[in-house]
Design a protein around this ligand. Structure first.
Ligand code: DUC
Ligand code: ZN
Ligand code: ZN
Ligand code: ZN
Length: 467
């Protein structure tokens, strides 16, 4: 049965436009937009009218970097696809692209099937997969072509984590060459893991076991060095490159240089690098463990370079790298040895709000907010204009956002399945009020009305950002 919804009177904000408009939704898609108060808008008739006066109407957020249920460091990320996608919806995100994992010895197919099994029937919002490649063999390279054809069009490689996800330069080059041929986008975790492991061992031998040493051994220079190497390997292979979770000013400089040379090189950063710092990692009583992620948080001075990168488009995307571990029982595995703290921060619920605060604080403009959080991630990973914008034909993934509502972020009120918030006590202006996914109300005036299993798998086209 066809339901028609009209969202009336809001300020529709997309990456390109801001217009007071009414939005007509039919059969789960945007049917039409018309300037509020005009005869065209008055002619919209519907079974359901949502009042958006005084609010923004945004495309649903697209978070292209999450790790629901990721096995890591002897434990597993605490959000399932069910709890994590529900929390995402609460935070105004209506699409995630999560990472399926190939472990060493496995085929890509086995890894991908395992992630489909975790997600299928459990998600409140739509989802796609990137594939983590940790075992580059001839077979793996052939499988990459097959995966691209079925909508897994991006592959993450690691220059970090020797013995686990790590690929050496030759393996990276081979995968990049394959990507150059099949249109896939290689995503790189750019940190020199071989050098970092030496520094970890030396730090522990000196008795430096507290969480803050995680930040000291994972040096900005080793992120910059790996970023540089990844860029040049991609250049040699003739492939585009997307560097994930950029945190160091020196790494941004490498991206800037490559882009000034005209190379198709892209970068993502995450809210934790924009809003948190090594001050958090240094919190006493092992509290710093809450902030252990890789790449690590950096000294506050790096933040200006990240904001500049986002404004100047040397960084194109803000995703969360949502990878939550509870403090109790999970982060605590690293008491007495920072290298045993599972790496990752919760954040899938907080991204849209933190970036709205950045608009208020003058770091970015309002349309740029929508661009880095919705439109560009959708384009970068082949989901546009189905996702990431509000145009006739787009999925009706839509957020009614109250730019004046005040909130205090807290683990007591968030919906992620984790016992702390990385932003505990932070006051933010702006809050998600209502969320639609393909025309269905998932959050209705701060009440969850979605359901597990509503979210569907999204096969993706290849990167649409190059053209
Ligand atoms: N970094 C994290 O912080 N967690 C999971 C994997 C990664 O690269
Ligand atoms: Zn990573
Ligand atoms: Zn990640
Ligand atoms: Zn504006």
């Amino acid at each position: 049965m066809s339901t028609r919804t009209v969202v009336r009177g809001g300020l529709v904000v997309t990456a390109s436009d801001e217009i007071h408009a009414d939005v007509l939704i039919e059969d789960g898609r945007i049917a039409a937009l018309a300037a509020t108060g005009t005869p065209a808008a008055e002619a919209f008739t519907a079974d359901r009218v949502l009042d958006a006066r005084g609010k923004y109407v945004l495309p649903g957020g697209v978070d292209v970097h999450t790790h629901m249920e990721l096995p890591f460091g002897g434990t597993s990320a605490s959000d399932t696809f069910e709890t994590g996608t529900r929390a995402a919806a609460w935070g105004g995100t209506t699409t995630i692209v999560d990472f399926a994992v190939q472990t060493k010895g496995q085929s890509l197919r086995e890894g991908l099937d395992a992630w489909h099994a975790k997600a299928e029937g459990n998600c409140a919002i739509d989802y796609g997969f990137h594939m983590i490649v940790s075992d580059v063999r001839e077979e793996t390279l052939k499988e990459m072509d097959l995966l691209v054809e079925e909508g897994v069009t991006s592959f993450k490689q690691f220059m970090a984590y020797p013995g686990v996800f790590y690929s050496d330069d030759g393996q990276i080059l081979r995968a990049m060459q394959r990507a150059a041929g099949n249109g896939a986008l290689v995503m790189m975790h750019a940190e020199n893991g071989i050098a970092i492991d030496v520094l970890v061992e030396q730090a522990l031998a000196r008795g430096e076991t507290a969480p803050r040493y995680h930040g000291e051994v994972r040096k900005a220079l080793l992120e910059a060095e790996a970023t540089h190497r990844a860029i040049r390997l991609a250049q040699v292979a003739g492939a585009p490159l997307y560097v994930v979770h950029v945190s160091a000013a020196e790494a941004v400089a490498e991206l800037t240089r490559a882009r000034d040379e005209g190379l198709p090189v892209f970068g993502e950063t995450c809210p934790q690098y924009l809003f948190l710092s090594t001050d958090n990692l240094a919190e006493p009583d092992f509290e710093g463990a809450k902030y252990v992620c890789s790449t690590p948080l950096r000294p506050r001075e790096h933040q200006a370079a990240l904001w500049r990168g986002l404004r100047g488009n040397d960084l194109q995307v803000v995703s969360t790298d949502h990878c939550p571990f509870c403090f109790a029982g999970q982060k605590e595995l690293g008491r007495g040895d920072f290298s045993k703290i599972p790496n990752g921060l919760p954040g899938v619920e907080n991204r849209m709000d933190l970036l709205h605060q950045a608009v208020l604080d003058g770091h970015i403009g309002r349309r740029r907010w929508v661009e880095i959080a919705c439109a560009t991630p959708a384009r970068m990973f082949g989901l546009y204009p189905k996702k990431g914008t509000l145009a006739p034909g787009s999925d009706a993934d839509l957020v009614i956002y109250d730019p004046a509502a005040e909130q205090v972020v807290s683990a007591e009120t968030h919906h992620m399945n984790v016992d702390y918030s990385a932003y505990e006590g932070r006051r933010l202006t702006g809050r998600v009020e209502t969320v639609l996914s393909r025309g269905e109300l998932v959050v209705n005036r701060r009440e969850f009305t979605g359901r597990k299993g509503h979210g569907v798998y999204l096969p993706r086209s290849t990167c649409q950002y190059l053209s």
